[in-house]
Ligand binder design. Structure first.
Ligand SMILES: *Cc1c(COP(=O)(O)O)cnc(C)c1O
Length: 484
């Protein structure tokens, strides 16, 4: 009994008293306020690689470390290292979000620690997540048979869709070598990865040719499916993209949808990046045809500007999603009694899950939809603005008109090797730390790439990007040969 009381005294340290909680929260709040206040001037990319030490040096130990010290470790080795993804100057890859109510939603979810995996455990949490799924369902025009899941990101959402499509077609090991999936070279690698994880690494992956705007040529697709059938193969699935990550290209979804319907194939649309543009006036016209898909993936941690950790999968025939993911366990038998709402745990690989719906709900309710629509429309217009302004600068050329908010371009130097020159521009801009861009390869050539999706990116950021490009291109031209 002595021992127990000693243990209790120590264990109770985990239960903070109100004063302690408030003091800790104040420190964290002070830190985050300071971070946000300084964010507009902060460097977008830190290269801390040469600094001494890292977070690895802060070993776990038996005794407590004060919060001030821990926040200092965080500042030095996490905040000021690598990409500052919360910055509006982040114009690389697909920029992230981090709207503040998203953080508050996570805070609320963690403090109350509601169990959002099973309806019976927290009906309200499950209703909230299902309401968000239904909102999205109606937005894209899916029917009431739809089911979906709030996953941790687009990759897991994609895996969930692929597994569902596999089971819906009853594909077994003996079929795989004859099964065909149709994609393009622009298809996100999350799809290839999901295929492999789902045991489908052996299926025939056909990269369909694209037009000069990086969009799948649907007439070729129709012929290829016909051909494959004649060869005794088993066409299974077509993956269309509503906004490719690389170029922001939108495949002809309406035409692909018609072809998949005619041929009884599964139509998956990867709308992880582009899907939420449906909320904007211009974007909704661009991403039409989403409703023809059998499954869709959309990333609120991209297009809804939420913090990392939220990707949604929707499956039109919700029963198929259930068939691939339900379970029965004796210890869960109590949960079977209340079935008013489908439970996330029966529609995804997860049992215990993060109550990630709360961050989305809180942000959408607190702001209302209006500012989200405006921000998405703004990003599309900024991409067009960048595309037009860039062409007024001497020496720059663009790859194609931006379908969404990604622009591919490069500088054509007077006498120097273009790939090395553009790499050098990119390096110089990164070093400057005002904006951060990435690059890609178009027809074997190095292209610079700007992706506009941070809610903190506005016209002044784009003007800075244009100035930086112009400045460094001139400087490098003046400096002369880089390569020799
Ligand atoms: C980001 C992205 C993915 C992968 O999603 P994660 O949320 O990063 O796992 C898949 N497809 C496209 C088109 C994307 O932009």
């Amino acid at each position: 009994m002595n021992n127990l009381s000693q243990l209790e005294t120590e264990a109770r340290e985990l239960e903070l008293a109100a004063d302690n909680r408030k003091a800790l929260l104040k420190k964290v709040e002070h830190y985050t306020e300071n971070y946000l206040e300084n964010l507009p001037e902060a460097t977008v990319y830190y290269n801390a690689g040469h600094q001494k030490g890292s977070i690895l040096d802060k070993k776990l130990q038996e005794e407590a470390t004060p919060i001030d010290e821990l926040l200092e470790w965080y500042r030095q080795y996490i905040e000021k290292d690598g990409l500052n993804a919360a910055s509006g100057g982040h114009l690389a890859y697909i920029p992230g979000g981090g709207v503040y109510p998203g953080a508050l939603g996570d805070f609320l979810a963690a403090v109350t620690n509601r169990y959002a995996g099973v309806f019976f455990a927290n009906p309200g949490a499950v209703r909230m997540e299902n309401m968000l799924i239904r909102w999205l369902r109606d937005l894209i025009g899916f029917p009431e048979t739809t089911a979906g899941n709030l996953a941790s990101g687009g990759s897991i959402a994609t895996l969930t869709a692929i597994v569902t499509a596999r089971d819906a077609f009853g594909l077994k090991g003996k079929d795989f070598e004859k099964t065909v999936i149709y994609l393009t070279a622009q298809t996100h690698h999350a799809v290839h990865k999901a295929l492999r994880i789902a045991g489908l690494g052996e299926v025939i992956q056909r990269d369909m040719p694209m037009d000069d705007q990086f969009r799948m040529q649907s007439d070729v697709l129709a012929k290829q499916i016909e051909n494959d059938r004649q060869q005794g193969l088993k066409p299974w699935m077509v993956v269309g993209s509503a906004g490719t990550t690389d170029a922001g290209a939108i495949d002809p979804l309406a035409e692909i949808g018609r072809i998949t319907a005619d041929n009884d194939l599964w139509f998956h649309v990867d709308a992880a990046y582009g899907g939420f543009f449906i909320l904007s006036e211009t974007g909704s016209k661009k991403v039409n045809g989403l409703h023809l898909a059998d499954s869709i993936v959309m990333d609120p941690h991209k297009g809804l500007f939420l913090p990392y950790g939220l990707g949604i999968v929707l499956v039109k025939d919700g029963h198929k999603l259930y068939q691939s993911h339900y379970y029965q366990a004796n210890y869960m038998q109590d949960s079977l009694e209340a079935v008013e709402e489908p439970s996330p745990s029966e529609l995804s690989p997860e049992l215990t899950k993060h109550f990630r719906g709360l961050r989305m709900w809180l942000a959408l309710q607190l702001y209302g939809l209006k500012p989200f629509r405006a921000a998405l429309e703004e990003k599309l217009q900024l991409a067009r603005y960048f595309y037009e302004q860039l062409q007024t600068l001497t020496g720059f050329e663009v790859a194609s008109y931006p379908d969404l908010s990604v622009v591919l371009f490069r500088y054509v130097p007077k006498n120097q090797e273009p790939d090395a020159f553009n790499k050098a521009i990119n390096q110089a801009i990164k070093k400057g730390g005002k904006v951060f861009m990435s690059s890609t390869t178009v027809n074997g050539q190095f292209f610079l790439r700007v992706a506009i999706l941070s809610f903190r990116t506005h016209k002044d950021t784009i003007d800075t990007a244009l100035e930086e490009l112009n400045l460094h291109a001139r400087e490098l031209e003046e400096k002369g040969s880089l390569t020799k």
